[in-house]
Design a protein around this ligand. Structure first.
Ligand SMILES: Nc1ncnc2c1ncn2[C@@H]1O[C@H](COP(=O)(O)OP(=O)(O)OP(=O)(O)O)[C@@H](O)[C@H]1O
Ligand SMILES: [Mg+2]
Length: 464
């Protein structure tokens, strides 16, 4: 039981005691009947006070407490609780308020979680996002948008889009989305530092349940890699056409000259037929290389790995290469460790060796040196092709694996090169989950390092 005399009733007690004091002074002047009457009144008053205090403690105080708790709920504090151990309807009210608080607190937590999930999704999406209301005010920009356009969130929130975004294409997209009330797609370029980015922007109108336009959401996609692929495809088609055109023009030109009478001269006939033969061989090689590349690039390309004995592979390759080296008077050395085994597609590894060794011989002057070294290193087989030839300049190194790239077009064409050899090597190394590195200095020579994982498990482990 709580103490009966609580602070709120102090003024009443004080008043009562004052009254008793005054009454005492009056009584001292009165007769016995009056004294009895006053005493009865005093006792009745006392009983009344006790009843009032009881009512206050049992009913008014819990209601007041409940009101204070509801005030806390209004402020958003759902952790507030009514602590009052009374039974009856007041106790029931307290319990229900506590249940209500618990439910509201759960709702609030759920709402917070959903809000956090949504903002995580919006912020981590790889597309820029802007939300604009029907008056043109920006309500939301995500992290990707900030990374594309700079600034901070507060530089955009609450501002009119045309005041804070200078890009004309964005303005056009917003205006057309509002005007035509349908999805609008545009694209533009944007510089981020020195990087040129291609951005595709999609404006989508937002409608309310009565189908009235309420704003627009703008999505910005970075399509730089797609543009680059498109450019590469265009370049590739142009390059292939060019590479095919040269030998075909030459073949048809010489054939025409022969038909026009030159074939009557035996020597000319022989010379021209030699040229036609060489050019058609070149054409054939080019087409074979293109087919090799397209097979490697196919989405459903599957490696057929077998256990390859590297030594026997080298002995299959050497006769082809030795002949070419001898023709140029190049000293060809091999240094292959014993019992090196590799899980790979034998034909493809052979292609790596042929292409790298052919290059080393082609780009090394007569009486130079070329060396093939193969060893085991940790989980990899390390293939090294070393030459002391013309070398490759630093700025050309990153480009030599591109299709059709040749450092010196004229010289390479003399060697019969098409510029596809290293592109094929790179693809083969990639499909085996290996690595290729180049060490080269102009005028000094080059070293091509290829690391191939010894087995499929090793390669998948290193990838994971
Ligand atoms: N060992 C090397 N030394 C110097 N330059 C090299 C060497 N290997 C490659 N290069 C340079 O890289 C370019 C690309 O080589 P790649 O093998 O792809 O083409 P290619 O030899 O010209 O023609 P092919 O398709 O017939 O091999 C060459 O044109 C050459 O300029
Ligand atoms: Mg080559």
């Amino acid at each position: 039981m709580k103490p009966l005399f609580t602070k709120p009733l102090l003024p009443y007690h004080a008043g009562f005691f004052l009254l008793v004091a005054v009454t005492g002074i009056v009584i001292s002047q009165l007769t016995t009947e009056y004294i009895i009457l006053f005493s009865i009144l005093a006792v009745e008053y006392f009983i009344l006070v006790v009843i009032m205090l009881h009512v206050y403690d049992k009913y008014m105080k819990p209601v007041k407490k409940a009101a204070q708790t509801v005030d806390e709920f209004i402020k958003g504090n759902y952790r507030a609780r009514v602590h009052h151990s009374t039974g009856g309807s007041i106790g029931e009210l307290s319990d229900k308020l506590n249940v209500l608080a618990r439910n509201m607190s759960e709702f609030k937590i759920q709402e917070q979680v959903q809000e956090e999930q949504l903002s995580t999704v919006i912020d981590n999406t790889q597309s820029g996002l802007i939300l604009i209301d029907d008056k043109g005010y920006i309500h939301l920009v995500n992290r990707k948008f900030i990374s594309l356009f700079g600034g901070e969130t507060h530089d955009y929130h609450g501002y009119l889009y045309y005041d804070v975004l200078a890009n004309e294409t964005i303005h056009e997209t917003v205006q057309e989305t509002f005007l035509y009330e349908r999805n609008i797609i545009h694209s533009f370029t944007q510089f981020i530092g020195v990087d040129k980015k291609y951005i595709e922007i999609i404006g989508a109108p937002i409608f309310n349940e009565r189908n009235m336009l309420r704003g627009a959401v703008l999505l910005l996609y970075d399509i730089t890699h797609l543009k680059k692929l498109e450019l590469m495809r265009k370049d590739f088609v142009a390059n292939v056409s060019h590479e095919l055109k040269t030998p075909i023009t030459s073949i048809s030109g010489f054939a025409e000259t022969l038909l026009n009478g030159a074939m009557d001269d035996k020597d000319t006939l022989r010379d021209f037929l030699m040229i036609i033969h060489d050019e058609s061989t070149r054409l054939q090689e080019l087409i074979e290389d293109l087919l090799k590349l397209s097979r490697l690039e196919k989405d459903d390309f599957k490696l057929v790995r077998t256990t390859v004995d590297v030594n026997s592979l080298v002995s299959e390759v050497m006769p082809i290469i030795t002949q070419r080296a001898e023709q140029k008077g190049i000293d060809l050395k091999t240094d292959v460790a014993d019992d090196v085994m590799l899980e790979a597609e034998a034909q493809q590894v052979k292609q790596i060796l042929i292409n790298l060794l052919s290059n080393a011989i082609s780009y090394t002057p007569e009486s130079g040196e070329v060396r093939l070294a193969i060893s085991e290193e940790d989980n990899n087989v390390h293939i090294q092709v070393v030459d002391n030839g013309i070398g490759i300049s630093e700025d050309a190194i990153p480009r030599i694996f591109e299709r059709f790239y040749r450092v010196d077009k004229a010289r390479s064409r003399n060697t019969g090169g098409t510029g596809l050899g290293l592109a094929i090597v790179k693809h083969i190394v990639d499909v085996h989950d290996g690595t290729i590195l180049v060490d080269s200095e102009q005028g000094e020579g080059s070293v091509f390092h290829v690391y191939l994982p010894k087995s499929e498990e090793v390669s998948s482990q290193s990838m994971g």
